[in-house]
Ligand binder design. Sequence first.
Ligand code: 6CS
Length: 366
Amino acid sequence: MNPLKTRLPMSIFRVLLILLPTACLTSCTQRSPDEQQASEHWRFAIEETAGSVQDAYAQKFKELIEERSNGEIKVTVYPYGALGTSDQITELVDMGAVQFAMASPGHLGKLIPEVQVFLLHFVFSDDERVNSEVLNNDPELRAALEKLYAAKRMQLLSVYSEGWQVWTTKKPIRHPDDFKGVKFRVMTSPLLLAAYNTYGASATPLPYSEVYSALQLNMIDGQENPVFAIEEMSFYEVTDWMIFPKHAPFITTSVTNLDFFNALPPARQELVRDVVAELNDYILAVEQNYNRERLDRIRERKPDLQIIEELTPEQRAAFRKASQPVVGRFIDFAGHSGRTLHQKLVNAVRAAEHRRDHHALDAVAE
Ligand code: 6CS
C-alpha cells in the first residue's frame, strides 16, 4: 500500500502553520522539560520517510548535536509528508522556516543546474568506496559546489550516496532499445528527462509521493530508486522487474540556510562541521546495510519479482554509449561552470580509482 497515501502536496502556507507552534519554543510558556532546557531549536526536514537513509542521517545529526551542545540545542526531524515535497522543503530552507534539509540533485537541479552532474550516467566508479572518497574529500569539487549553493543562499554541508539507482519496471530492460515507449518516472530535474528520453523512454517527472499511485494506475511503467526506497515506498508491489544496471548512484546533499549558518557563533559552526564530517563514514555503512537488508525483505515479500542482479559488460557498454549525448545536454543546461564541474568530477573519480589500485598493488607487494 502507498505509504504516503494522499498526504501530499500541501501549500507552503499550511506548512508554516504546522511550524508555528515550534517556532515559539523560546518564548511560549508551555514547554516540555526537554524544551525548557534547550535555548535553541533547529528544524531538519528530510525528503524521505522514517526508517530511510536520510532519516538515519538526520537522527544521528540530532543525537550528536543535542549531546555535544549539552542539551542547549534541540533538533526536530521532519520526515517526508510532514512538510511537503522536495521543492517545498528547499523553499522552507530558503525562507529560514527550517534551518537544515536534504536537497537531492534530482529535484534541486531546477534551481542549481550544475548539481545535475551527479545525475549523469556512468560518471561514477563502480566502487562505492571510491565514490564516497570523491564526494567527501575532493577540495576542488567541494569548493565549486559550495559557491553554487551559496549563490542560492544555502550552505552545503555534505554530499553522499544513498546507494545505486535500481530500475523497477513492468517489463525487462537489458538494452537501451528496451526503453522505447516506456513511461519512466524520473525526479523533476530536466537532465533526468533528457537522460531517459535519450534511451527512447517517455520520461515523466513526478514528486516522490505520486510514484506509487502512478505505477498502480499504469500512468507510468517504471521508476528508479535505491533498494531501501523501493522497499519503504512499496514500489516493488506495483512493478514486476527489478534491474541493477549500476549506471548511477543516488546522490543527495544536506544543506543549511546560509544566513542562519553565518550568524551562528564560530563554536556552533564548528560543531555542525564536525558532526557532518563524522557522518560521512556512518552514512555509507547505513546505506549499504539498508540496501542489503531491504532487498532480502523484498524477495521474501514478493518471491515472483524478477530480479536482474547485473547487466553483462556488453549490455552496460550499450547504455554507456547511448548515454554520451546527455553530457552535451548537461552543458546546455549548466553552461561553462557545469562543464568545469563535470571535468573536475571525472578527473576526481579517475584519480581516486588510481589511488585505490596503487594502494592495492602496494599492499600485495608488501
Ligand atoms: O525519487 C525521489 O524523488 C526520492 N528518492 C529518494 C531515495 N530520496 C528522496 C527523493 O526525493
